[in-house]
Design a binder for this molecule. Structure first.
Ligand SMILES: CC(C)c1ccc(C(=O)O)c(O)c1O
Ligand SMILES: [Fe+2]
Length: 289
Protein backbone atom coordinates (compact mmCIF):
# COMPACT_ATOMS: atom_id res chain seq x y z
CA UNK A 1 0.00 0.00 0.00
CA UNK A 2 1.37 3.39 -0.99
CA UNK A 3 0.88 5.90 1.79
CA UNK A 4 -0.04 9.36 0.52
CA UNK A 5 0.76 11.88 3.24
CA UNK A 6 -0.72 15.01 1.69
CA UNK A 7 -1.38 16.90 -1.50
CA UNK A 8 1.75 18.57 -2.87
CA UNK A 9 0.80 20.70 -5.86
CA UNK A 10 -0.97 20.80 -9.16
CA UNK A 11 0.68 21.79 -12.45
CA UNK A 12 -1.48 23.32 -15.13
CA UNK A 13 -0.55 24.11 -18.72
CA UNK A 14 -1.49 27.50 -20.10
CA UNK A 15 -1.36 29.24 -23.46
CA UNK A 16 -2.12 32.57 -21.80
CA UNK A 17 0.22 33.06 -18.87
CA UNK A 18 -0.66 36.76 -18.53
CA UNK A 19 -4.34 35.96 -17.98
CA UNK A 20 -3.56 33.16 -15.50
CA UNK A 21 -1.09 35.35 -13.58
CA UNK A 22 -3.62 38.14 -13.26
CA UNK A 23 -6.51 35.88 -12.29
CA UNK A 24 -4.59 33.80 -9.73
CA UNK A 25 -3.40 36.95 -7.97
CA UNK A 26 -6.00 39.68 -8.45
CA UNK A 27 -9.07 37.45 -8.29
CA UNK A 28 -8.16 34.30 -6.35
CA UNK A 29 -5.69 36.12 -4.11
CA UNK A 30 -2.70 33.75 -4.26
CA UNK A 31 0.91 34.84 -3.78
CA UNK A 32 3.12 34.62 -6.84
CA UNK A 33 6.26 33.11 -5.29
CA UNK A 34 8.30 32.77 -8.41
CA UNK A 35 8.03 33.23 -12.16
CA UNK A 36 11.01 31.60 -13.80
CA UNK A 37 11.20 30.67 -17.47
CA UNK A 38 7.89 29.23 -18.55
CA UNK A 39 6.66 28.48 -15.01
CA UNK A 40 4.79 30.61 -12.48
CA UNK A 41 4.39 29.22 -8.95
CA UNK A 42 1.72 30.24 -6.46
CA UNK A 43 1.61 29.85 -2.71
CA UNK A 44 -1.40 29.53 -0.40
CA UNK A 45 0.08 27.96 2.74
CA UNK A 46 3.36 26.53 4.03
CA UNK A 47 4.11 24.65 0.84
CA UNK A 48 6.64 26.47 -1.36
CA UNK A 49 3.87 26.44 -3.94
CA UNK A 50 0.72 24.45 -4.48
CA UNK A 51 -0.06 25.57 -8.00
CA UNK A 52 2.23 26.04 -10.99
CA UNK A 53 1.20 27.30 -14.39
CA UNK A 54 3.48 26.16 -17.19
CA UNK A 55 3.33 28.12 -20.43
CA UNK A 56 3.14 26.06 -23.62
CA UNK A 57 0.86 24.41 -26.13
CA UNK A 58 -0.88 22.18 -23.61
CA UNK A 59 -3.78 23.88 -21.85
CA UNK A 60 -5.11 22.21 -18.70
CA UNK A 61 -3.86 19.68 -16.20
CA UNK A 62 -0.25 18.55 -16.49
CA UNK A 63 0.07 16.76 -13.17
CA UNK A 64 -1.40 16.39 -9.70
CA UNK A 65 1.12 15.62 -6.98
CA UNK A 66 1.06 13.90 -3.59
CA UNK A 67 3.68 13.71 -0.86
CA UNK A 68 5.29 10.45 0.26
CA UNK A 69 7.25 10.08 3.50
CA UNK A 70 10.77 9.58 2.14
CA UNK A 71 13.20 7.87 -0.26
CA UNK A 72 12.38 4.31 0.86
CA UNK A 73 8.66 4.95 0.35
CA UNK A 74 9.33 6.43 -3.09
CA UNK A 75 11.30 3.35 -4.17
CA UNK A 76 8.65 1.03 -2.79
CA UNK A 77 5.90 2.97 -4.57
CA UNK A 78 7.73 2.74 -7.90
CA UNK A 79 8.25 -1.00 -7.44
CA UNK A 80 4.62 -1.63 -6.48
CA UNK A 81 3.20 0.30 -9.43
CA UNK A 82 5.61 -1.32 -11.89
CA UNK A 83 4.76 -4.76 -10.58
CA UNK A 84 1.14 -4.01 -11.46
CA UNK A 85 2.10 -3.03 -15.01
CA UNK A 86 1.96 0.73 -14.47
CA UNK A 87 4.64 2.62 -16.39
CA UNK A 88 6.60 4.71 -13.90
CA UNK A 89 8.89 7.58 -14.91
CA UNK A 90 11.63 8.96 -12.68
CA UNK A 91 11.88 12.74 -12.44
CA UNK A 92 15.25 14.18 -13.40
CA UNK A 93 17.17 16.29 -10.87
CA UNK A 94 16.38 19.35 -12.97
CA UNK A 95 12.66 18.55 -13.00
CA UNK A 96 12.75 17.96 -9.25
CA UNK A 97 14.43 21.30 -8.67
CA UNK A 98 11.83 23.06 -10.80
CA UNK A 99 9.11 21.51 -8.61
CA UNK A 100 10.95 22.39 -5.38
CA UNK A 101 11.07 18.74 -4.34
CA UNK A 102 13.93 16.39 -3.52
CA UNK A 103 12.82 13.62 -5.87
CA UNK A 104 9.71 12.31 -7.61
CA UNK A 105 8.21 9.65 -9.83
CA UNK A 106 5.24 9.94 -12.13
CA UNK A 107 2.66 7.69 -13.77
CA UNK A 108 -0.73 7.89 -15.45
CA UNK A 109 -3.81 7.05 -13.41
CA UNK A 110 -7.05 5.89 -15.11
CA UNK A 111 -8.37 8.72 -17.24
CA UNK A 112 -4.80 9.48 -18.29
CA UNK A 113 -4.25 11.87 -15.41
CA UNK A 114 -0.56 12.33 -14.73
CA UNK A 115 0.18 11.83 -11.06
CA UNK A 116 3.47 12.72 -9.41
CA UNK A 117 4.61 11.25 -6.10
CA UNK A 118 7.13 13.53 -4.45
CA UNK A 119 9.43 13.55 -1.45
CA UNK A 120 11.05 16.52 0.27
CA UNK A 121 8.73 19.25 -0.93
CA UNK A 122 10.13 22.61 0.15
CA UNK A 123 8.15 24.16 2.99
CA UNK A 124 8.17 27.78 4.04
CA UNK A 125 7.34 27.86 7.72
CA UNK A 126 8.34 31.29 8.91
CA UNK A 127 7.24 33.80 6.32
CA UNK A 128 3.50 34.46 6.18
CA UNK A 129 1.86 34.24 2.76
CA UNK A 130 1.83 37.63 1.01
CA UNK A 131 -1.75 37.48 -0.20
CA UNK A 132 -2.41 39.35 -3.42
CA UNK A 133 -6.01 39.83 -2.22
CA UNK A 134 -7.46 39.17 1.26
CA UNK A 135 -9.70 36.25 0.26
CA UNK A 136 -9.21 34.57 3.65
CA UNK A 137 -7.55 31.46 2.18
CA UNK A 138 -6.17 29.13 4.84
CA UNK A 139 -4.81 26.33 2.67
CA UNK A 140 -4.76 24.34 -0.54
CA UNK A 141 -7.78 22.15 0.16
CA UNK A 142 -8.41 19.48 -2.45
CA UNK A 143 -8.24 18.53 -6.08
CA UNK A 144 -10.94 17.30 -8.38
CA UNK A 145 -9.63 15.19 -11.24
CA UNK A 146 -11.66 13.75 -14.08
CA UNK A 147 -11.89 10.22 -15.43
CA UNK A 148 -14.29 8.69 -17.96
CA UNK A 149 -14.88 5.66 -15.73
CA UNK A 150 -15.09 6.64 -12.07
CA UNK A 151 -15.39 3.03 -10.89
CA UNK A 152 -12.20 2.02 -12.73
CA UNK A 153 -10.41 5.02 -11.23
CA UNK A 154 -11.75 4.14 -7.76
CA UNK A 155 -10.52 0.54 -8.11
CA UNK A 156 -7.05 1.73 -9.13
CA UNK A 157 -6.71 4.31 -6.35
CA UNK A 158 -8.01 2.07 -3.59
CA UNK A 159 -5.93 -0.91 -4.77
CA UNK A 160 -2.63 0.95 -4.61
CA UNK A 161 -3.07 3.79 -2.15
CA UNK A 162 -4.25 4.53 1.39
CA UNK A 163 -7.25 6.25 -0.17
CA UNK A 164 -10.57 5.79 1.63
CA UNK A 165 -13.95 6.57 0.16
CA UNK A 166 -15.86 9.20 2.10
CA UNK A 167 -18.89 9.53 -0.17
CA UNK A 168 -20.29 8.67 -3.58
CA UNK A 169 -22.36 11.05 -5.68
CA UNK A 170 -24.37 8.79 -7.97
CA UNK A 171 -21.88 7.00 -10.18
CA UNK A 172 -20.54 10.38 -11.24
CA UNK A 173 -18.18 11.19 -8.45
CA UNK A 174 -16.30 9.70 -5.56
CA UNK A 175 -14.88 11.85 -2.77
CA UNK A 176 -11.83 10.28 -1.13
CA UNK A 177 -9.61 11.01 1.84
CA UNK A 178 -6.03 10.29 2.81
CA UNK A 179 -6.29 11.83 6.30
CA UNK A 180 -9.20 13.01 8.48
CA UNK A 181 -10.21 15.74 6.00
CA UNK A 182 -13.39 14.53 4.24
CA UNK A 183 -11.71 14.60 0.84
CA UNK A 184 -8.46 15.71 -0.70
CA UNK A 185 -9.02 13.89 -3.97
CA UNK A 186 -12.36 13.93 -5.77
CA UNK A 187 -12.74 11.93 -8.97
CA UNK A 188 -15.44 13.02 -11.40
CA UNK A 189 -16.83 11.41 -14.49
CA UNK A 190 -15.56 13.26 -17.53
CA UNK A 191 -12.92 12.84 -20.19
CA UNK A 192 -9.65 13.54 -18.41
CA UNK A 193 -7.95 16.40 -16.67
CA UNK A 194 -8.32 18.79 -13.81
CA UNK A 195 -11.86 19.16 -12.53
CA UNK A 196 -11.20 21.90 -10.03
CA UNK A 197 -8.74 23.30 -7.52
CA UNK A 198 -10.08 23.99 -4.04
CA UNK A 199 -8.86 26.50 -1.50
CA UNK A 200 -10.18 26.46 2.03
CA UNK A 201 -11.08 29.82 3.54
CA UNK A 202 -11.33 30.81 7.19
CA UNK A 203 -15.00 31.68 7.58
CA UNK A 204 -18.44 31.83 5.98
CA UNK A 205 -17.86 35.57 5.70
CA UNK A 206 -14.85 34.93 3.48
CA UNK A 207 -16.98 32.85 1.09
CA UNK A 208 -19.72 35.47 0.97
CA UNK A 209 -17.33 38.40 0.60
CA UNK A 210 -15.60 36.62 -2.27
CA UNK A 211 -18.99 35.95 -3.87
CA UNK A 212 -19.70 39.71 -3.92
CA UNK A 213 -16.15 40.44 -5.08
CA UNK A 214 -16.27 37.92 -7.94
CA UNK A 215 -19.66 39.19 -9.06
CA UNK A 216 -18.44 42.79 -9.00
CA UNK A 217 -15.46 41.74 -11.13
CA UNK A 218 -17.52 39.91 -13.75
CA UNK A 219 -16.24 36.44 -12.84
CA UNK A 220 -18.45 33.56 -13.98
CA UNK A 221 -19.80 31.81 -10.88
CA UNK A 222 -20.73 28.25 -11.81
CA UNK A 223 -22.24 27.08 -8.51
CA UNK A 224 -22.98 28.59 -5.10
CA UNK A 225 -22.83 29.99 -2.64
CA UNK A 226 -24.18 26.70 -1.35
CA UNK A 227 -23.51 23.94 1.14
CA UNK A 228 -22.37 20.45 0.21
CA UNK A 229 -24.18 17.71 2.13
CA UNK A 230 -21.11 15.49 1.72
CA UNK A 231 -18.40 17.54 3.45
CA UNK A 232 -20.88 20.10 4.90
CA UNK A 233 -18.59 22.78 3.45
CA UNK A 234 -20.03 26.09 2.27
CA UNK A 235 -18.82 26.50 -1.28
CA UNK A 236 -18.40 28.81 -4.23
CA UNK A 237 -17.23 27.60 -7.67
CA UNK A 238 -16.07 29.96 -10.38
CA UNK A 239 -14.35 29.93 -13.75
CA UNK A 240 -10.98 31.40 -14.52
CA UNK A 241 -9.15 31.76 -17.83
CA UNK A 242 -8.99 28.76 -20.15
CA UNK A 243 -12.09 27.26 -18.54
CA UNK A 244 -10.32 26.37 -15.30
CA UNK A 245 -12.65 25.81 -12.32
CA UNK A 246 -11.71 27.16 -8.90
CA UNK A 247 -13.48 26.57 -5.59
CA UNK A 248 -13.43 28.33 -2.26
CA UNK A 249 -14.94 26.44 0.63
CA UNK A 250 -15.28 26.71 4.37
CA UNK A 251 -16.07 24.15 7.05
CA UNK A 252 -15.04 20.79 5.61
CA UNK A 253 -16.05 17.81 7.76
CA UNK A 254 -13.33 15.80 9.52
CA UNK A 255 -13.75 12.03 9.70
CA UNK A 256 -12.22 10.37 12.76
CA UNK A 257 -9.80 7.58 11.95
CA UNK A 258 -11.71 5.04 14.06
CA UNK A 259 -13.03 2.87 11.25
CA UNK A 260 -16.67 3.68 11.89
CA UNK A 261 -17.30 5.87 8.82
CA UNK A 262 -19.43 4.21 6.16
CA UNK A 263 -19.35 5.87 2.72
CA UNK A 264 -22.72 7.35 1.84
CA UNK A 265 -24.42 7.35 -1.55
CA UNK A 266 -26.05 10.57 -2.70
CA UNK A 267 -28.71 10.19 -5.35
CA UNK A 268 -28.39 12.77 -8.11
CA UNK A 269 -32.19 12.70 -8.53
CA UNK A 270 -32.60 14.30 -5.09
CA UNK A 271 -32.95 18.09 -5.22
CA UNK A 272 -30.31 18.68 -2.56
CA UNK A 273 -27.84 15.97 -3.57
CA UNK A 274 -25.02 18.44 -3.95
CA UNK A 275 -26.32 21.63 -2.38
CA UNK A 276 -28.30 21.57 0.87
CA UNK A 277 -29.56 25.04 0.00
CA UNK A 278 -30.88 23.80 -3.36
CA UNK A 279 -29.14 26.40 -5.49
CA UNK A 280 -28.85 25.99 -9.26
CA UNK A 281 -26.62 23.06 -10.22
CA UNK A 282 -24.88 22.90 -13.62
CA UNK A 283 -26.49 20.26 -15.86
CA UNK A 284 -23.22 18.34 -16.03
CA UNK A 285 -23.45 17.62 -12.30
CA UNK A 286 -27.20 16.99 -12.15
CA UNK A 287 -27.57 13.45 -13.43
CA UNK A 288 -25.49 10.40 -14.04
CA UNK A 289 -24.07 10.68 -17.48
C1 LIG B 1 -18.93 19.49 -7.26
C2 LIG B 1 -18.37 18.23 -6.68
C3 LIG B 1 -19.22 17.10 -7.12
C4 LIG B 1 -18.21 18.31 -5.17
C5 LIG B 1 -19.13 17.73 -4.31
C6 LIG B 1 -18.98 17.82 -2.95
C7 LIG B 1 -17.90 18.50 -2.41
C8 LIG B 1 -17.78 18.64 -0.92
O1 LIG B 1 -18.47 17.89 -0.23
O2 LIG B 1 -17.02 19.50 -0.44
C9 LIG B 1 -16.94 19.08 -3.26
O3 LIG B 1 -15.88 19.74 -2.79
C10 LIG B 1 -17.11 18.98 -4.64
O4 LIG B 1 -16.20 19.55 -5.44
FE1 LIG C 1 -14.56 20.47 -4.41
Amino acid sequence: MINLIDLAYVRVGTADMRAQLDFAQDIVGLELVRHEGDTAMFRADNRHHCLAFVEGDHVGSLASAFVLAGPAELEAAAAQLQADGVEVTRGTPEEARARRVQDFISFLSPGDNRIELVIGQVHVEARPVRWARPAGITEFGHLGIEAPDVMEAHDFWTRHFNIKVSDWIGENAVLTRIDPVHHKLAIFKDSTGLGHVNFQVGSIDDVMRSWRFLEANGVHITMGPGRHPQSTAIFLYFKGPEDMTWEYSYGVRLIPDDGTWVPRHFDTAEPDFIDMWRGAVPAARRQDR
